[in-house]
Ligand binder design. Structure first.
Ligand code: HEM
Ligand SMILES: *[C@@H]1O[C@H](CO)[C@@H](O)[C@H](O)[C@H]1NC(C)=O
Ligand SMILES: *[C@@H]1O[C@H](CO)[C@@H](O)[C@H](O)[C@H]1NC(C)=O
Ligand SMILES: CC(=O)N[C@H]1CO[C@H](CO)[C@@H](O)[C@@H]1O
Length: 328
């Protein structure tokens, strides 16, 4: 186990604190007659951004999750605040969404709109769904056909974020309840949590586990002792709040099942991650996927496809935003 990679993420925050389901139908090749090359256009824009920075991958994947969980997959998370409205992304629980995710969608939208046939015909919500599919494949994850046909949401208010996102301190019951509210099973929850095979976390998201677990027991006993010592080294007390470390210390830039192998070794970074191995209800799934990468990838595709259907907007409940950051 090498040293933990430490990175300064200048574009993120240090904040870590923090239904009804769409019945409308999505489908593959939704834009076949409207903008036939849309998937190629988006993939090329995402690949160009990826070649500039790997952070494109975790930033876009996490943005999609937050968008879908808060108000449905409607790109409301991308909307910027105005003098009279604080948007979703500016709620403290947006927990440091990296700017590169927003930039990926904005660039892909510009590339799509540059084709006259496609101008203002493709929703930002669908572009985010396509970009998410593309970044997963770029990091070595599974390729899958993406369902499309979402409209963009008509509102984005910070207060709608309250209580919707899972916290890193959550246990399996709390995680199940957030995911179930979005039509996602425990199996989906475990599969989607493996997105933490990529990306960074700021130290304050897990500081309690290494310094302040409970009176008399400063370090969470479910943490691997060697790993806990490395975390303390990377994240000293009163660390610069912009310091972030890889969530998966072993293969941080590969979408793989290392996440589950880490959990078996007590190397889940957040309590929410480690709880999946600690809890006897979820441990069998962790063990299976640690051992069987193909089974994990299939479950992940099923789960992210279901995530993409959450409370989607159609008809008069949405529109196609001209600028993903501004409501029409
Ligand atoms: C199961 C409950 C979850 C909890 C409690 C949780 C919590 C967190 C936290 C605290 C961070 C670090 C934020 C920071 O310090 O910058 C993070 C990062 C991340 N999360 Fe989650 N998350 C969960 C599920 C998910 C899901 C379902 C996905 C996507 C499918 C996801 C994707 C990511 C990614 C990719 C990162 C790294 C972001 C980056 O490097 O910019 N998470 N998550
Ligand atoms: C802690 O991690 C080390 C190195 O990865 C591993 O060899 C050891 O078995 C782990 N300990 C536990 C209790 O899982
Ligand atoms: C792991 O997978 C192999 C085949 O892929 C299988 O033979 C073995 O029984 C599995 N072990 C566990 C613990 O599931
Ligand atoms: C990426 C992003 O827009 N982050 C915002 C999250 O919320 C805080 C306020 O809580 C804003 O300052 C950030 O800009």
């Amino acid at each position: 186990m090498g040293n933990l990679k430490v990175a300064l993420l200048l574009f993120t925050l240090d904040l870590c604190l923090f239904s009804q389901l769409g019945s409308a139908q999505l489908r593959q090749n939704y834009y076949a007659d409207i903008c036939p090359n849309v998937e190629t256009i988006v993939r090329n824009a995402v690949t160009a951004k990826f070649q500039q920075t790997f952070v494109t991958v975790p930033a876009t994947l996490r943005l999609f999750f937050h968008d879908c969980i808060v108000q449905g997959c409607d790109a409301s998370v991308i909307v910027a605040s105005t003098p009279t409205n604080t948007a979703e992304k500016d709620h403290p629980d947006n927990i440091s969404l990296a700017g590169d995710g927003f930039d990926t969608v904005i660039r892909a939208k510009a590339a799509v709109d540059a084709v006259p046939q496609c101008t203002n015909k493709v929703s930002c919500a669908d572009i985010l769904a396509m970009a998410t599919r593309d970044v997963i494949a770029l990091a070595g994850g599974p390729s899958y056909a993406v369902e499309l046909g979402r409209l963009d949401g008509l509102s984005s208010v910070a207060s709608s974020v309250e209580g919707k996102l899972p916290k890193p301190s959550f246990n399996v019951d709390q995680l199940n309840s957030i995911f179930a509210a979005n039509g996602l099973s425990q199996t989906d929850m475990i599969a989607l949590s493996a997105a933490h095979t990529l990306g960074f976390s700021h130290c304050n998201c897990f500081a309690d586990r290494i310094y302040n677990f409970k009176p008399g027991t400063p370090v969470d006993p479910t943490l691997n002792k060697t790993y806990a010592a490395q975390l303390q080294e990377s994240c000293p007390k009163n660390v610069d709040p912009s310091i972030a470390i890889s969530i998966d210390p072993i293969t941080p830039q590969t979408f793989d099942n290392q996440y589950f192998k880490n959990l078996q070794q007590g190397m889940g970074l957040f309590s929410s991650d480690q709880s999946l191995f600690v809890d006897s209800r979820s441990r069998p799934t962790v063990n299976e996927w640690a051992n069987n990468s193909e089974a994990f990838k299939q479950a992940f595709v099923t789960a992210i496809t279901k995530l993409g259907r959450v409370r989607i907007k159609t008809g008069t409940n949405g529109n196609i935003r001209q600028d993903c950051g501004i409501l029409n």
